[in-house]
Design a protein around this ligand. Structure first.
Ligand code: FAD
Length: 295
């Protein structure tokens, strides 16, 4: 991709539905092969953008930078790099932002990051760094022309005292310069619609894109949902649990549930869908074709 990268905030602001895919930096060469195969299998779907996570505690700094740079330089895709406050001084964060810009990456998802002990454990700020995502947004805004996205939480962030506090934080991120938000995986369309309503009442006007992760296995999904401090909704559990002995049936039902969720979210006015791919393309492609998302 050459020239100035498109701004995701502008794409979302144009009113065109966005469809995006999220990847994580693999740990080894075999994982790299899987990632790049998935990227090449998803590229023909022409997503609005793709994003690459930043490992807990800043552990994937170089890999996140390298993967987003390669996507920018060698594919037709628009990459967004995730960046977290955890473990970095302000000087390090500024270096990372400069490296992103220098490699043709124009969009960043500014996050606090989970505490090094994992979600739900106490967060320890880094001396000389920034403590909250809103401060990171401010730093990015003051130091670069990068387009900034932030995280939002359909059922509130697990550490937020109230749902009103939760959307006040989203508002603070908007006020600091965020142009759009992407949510944690949505488990029920009504949770997302509730967030949009609360956010609107708190003066949040930036687009909020729901995050989608289909259930492909009972254990993996239960663990993932627990990490976010939530429960799998009873109406989902009752469709999946009777199939627990049959992994193929769980997967098929998980794809069906995700497809229905996507339909409901788009019908409810969601500006797009952000798919957590876990570096695999098959499930995302199946949902994509079930929704007839191609232009
Ligand atoms: P913040 O907005 O800073 O909020 C963190 C907590 O602090 C919340 O409870 C909030 O209510 C509270 N808070 C915020 N500001 C204040 C304030 N001024 N005073 C008091 N309390 C405040 N993690 C990674 O490590 N790498 C990733 O790549 C990554 N990608 C993600 C992508 C998406 C779409 C989402 C939804 C999450 C992602 N996360 C990632 C997880 C995220 O880092 C954690 O959920 C983290 O705990 C919160 O991040 P945040 O940016 O929302 O933080």
């Amino acid at each position: 991709m050459s020239g100035t990268p498109a701004r995701i905030g502008d794409l979302l602001g144009s009113g065109q539905r966005s469809f995006s895919f999220e990847f994580f930096p693999p740990k080894d060469e075999a994982g790299e092969d899987v990632l790049w195969r998935s990227i090449s299998e998803l590229e023909p779907l022409q997503p609005s953008f793709v994003s690459v996570t930043y490992g807990a505690g800043g552990t994937t700094r170089d890999r996140t930078l390298a993967i987003t740079a390669r996507i920018a330089q060698e594919t037709s895709l628009l990459p967004m790099a995730h960046l977290t406050c955890v473990g970095h001084t302000t000087a390090e964060l500024l270096d990372i932002l400069a490296a992103l810009r220098g490699s043709g990456v124009g969009n960043v998802l500014a996050l606090r990051g989970d505490p090094p002990g994992g979600p739900g454990t106490p967060f320890e700020p880094t001396p000389g760094g920034v403590d909250y995502a809103s401060e990171l947004v401010g730093l990015v805004r003051r130091s670069s022309d990068l387009c900034i996205g932030v995280a939002a939480f359909p059922e509130g962030h697990r550490d937020a005292a109230t749902l009103d506090d939760d959307v006040a934080v989203l508002r603070a991120k908007q006020d600091a310069g965020a142009e759009f938000a992407v949510t944690e995986m949505v488990l029920r369309a009504s949770d997302y619609l509730g967030l949009v309503e609360r956010a609107g009442a708190a003066g949040v006007t930036i687009p909020i894109v729901p995050g989608i992760m289909p259930i492909l296995g009972v254990t993996s999904m239960t663990k993932m949902v627990e990490l976010s401090g939530r429960d799998i909704p009873a109406e989902v559990r009752s469709r999946i649990e009777p199939l627990a002995e049959d992994p193929a049936a769980v997967r098929a039902e998980g794809i069906a549930i995700a497809t229905e969720l996507c339909d409901d979210l788009l019908a409810g006015g969601a500006p797009g869908l952000h798919f957590y791919t876990l570096n695999r393309s098959k499930a995302t492609r199946e949902i994509w074709s079930a929704l007839s998302l191609s232009a």
